[in-house]
Design a protein. Structure first.
Length: 115
């Protein structure tokens, strides 16, 4: 049974296509960081819409630095960092810019905002 915990801080970056389409600029993914009252942290990463073969690698960058490299599966990538599982959850803050790159090209972009 999952225990109830209170989130004390939550930020997210909604990812959109680059360049932005004129119409139907729907979200193509997000990074969401939650900090809990007990100090635990969890970062969820999800994106879709990258045109690359399964198993190829997309990079997730924050302010130009590589956060992680994720294998594509049907154009999607996902990962979870969870401090309760022993993961080192990256320090992120409002205003930082996220990019998802594949083959040296930026496909998705967003900025961390409070959620």
């Amino acid at each position: 049974m999952a225990r109830a915990r209170r989130v004390v801080e939550e930020i997210e970056a909604e990812l959109h296509k680059v360049p932005k389409p004129r119409f139907f600029n729907i979200e193509q993914g997000e990074l969401e960081l939650k900090t809990y009252e007990d100090g635990a942290k969890k970062l969820d990463i999800f994106f879709r819409g990258i045109k690359g073969p399964d198993g190829s690698v997309a990079q997730v960058l924050v302010d130009g630095d590589v956060l992680c490299e994720l294998p594509l599966e049907r154009g999607c990538g996902q990962h979870e960092y969870n401090s309760e599982n022993g993961d080192q959850v990256p320090e992120l803050r409002v205003g930082q810019v996220v990019e998802v790159q594949y083959g040296g090209r930026v496909f998705l972009k967003g900025t961390f905002t409070p959620d």
